[in-house]
Design a protein around this ligand. Sequence first.
Ligand code: UDP
Length: 248
Amino acid sequence: MILVGTESDIKLFNEDGTRIDGRTVEELRPIKIETDVLNRADGSAMIEWGGNKIMVAVYGPREAYPKHTQDINRAIVKARYNMAAFSVDERKRPGPDRRSMEISKVISEALTSSIMVEKFPRAQIDVTIEVLQADAGTRIAGLTAASVAIAAAGIPMRDFVVGCTAGKVDGHIVLDLCKEEDNFGQADLPVAVLAKSGKVVLMQMDGDLSEDEFNQATDMIMRATKRINQLQREALTTKYSEAIAGGE
Ligand code: UDP
């Protein structure tokens, strides 16, 4: 039996020590964040992160419906992560599956800790994350963009949520795994934090890391989130500076 794409037949490191896509171990893929890309939403953002293209729309806070879902003390954050059928090589069957429900749940929880939900009792905030093109790290890219879209909607937040992934590939700890590294590497660790405090609001792990490797990976992630948070802030400032230039 021939196994296609097992660890043995895919080379994830080049002779010169660079990765399959030419990056160094601690190099991020290019990231671009844009806000106000949708007219109907209260807030929106588009993120391009490596080969990922993800659109986020935010609606609310508005009265939570059905009524029995209301919380008299705070707003509920309902994030819905979805991968378009055409976002991956093999057509993704439309509709929610276990993976997307799990991702929606962890993203909702991460966003809840950043938003001043106590200011909006009985309300709900809807965050729709549509993956148009997937290239690994979509949950983190979607969450990072969602935080920008929430800020663009003018919803009061304590802090930005910002994330990055690290993992183990051919025995090396590397930052921001691309699709081949995610699929054929040994471990994948997506982490999201509150930008100022560094408090962890999402952490999942696929594969095994030793304690040393885990520390190395989380150090890389923490350094990267500082740079990514800068991009989140710039995306919002660009929006406002464009508005001023346009005389609004
Ligand atoms: N993927 C896919 N089909 C699926 C789910 C995932 O092709 O049904 C790909 C996609 O490129 C995704 C990557 O595998 O980005 C890694 O998926 P994972 O579940 O690790 O989540 P992510 O890294 O995107 O947060």
